[in-house]
Write a new protein. Structure first.
Length: 78
């Protein structure tokens, strides 16, 4: 499992967080995710063999949010 934390623009409230978490949880390889509108970050733990990072990025963008960058990545997360 890999973990990536994205800086995301466009989250303004708890509803935005829920919308992002719901959309990401539908991706086959996503184990868990957490969106924080106050920090403007989305942390995603996923299996890159089943869901590449590009699919996570696409999902965030299709949900209507802009990815501003990546604040952290880690491999082999349990």
């Amino acid at each position: 499992m890999d973990q990536t934390t994205f800086q995301v623009r466009g989250m303004h409230c708890d509803t935005c967080e829920h919308r992002i978490e719901k959309a990401l949880s539908r991706l086959e390889g996503v184990k868990r995710c957490h969106a924080d509108h106050r920090r403007g970050e989305v942390r995603v733990v996923f299996d890159p063999a089943r869901t590449p990072e590009s699919a996570v990025r696409t999902c965030l963008e299709q949900a209507g949010y802009e990815i501003r960058g990546v604040v952290g990545t880690a491999g082999d997360v349990a």
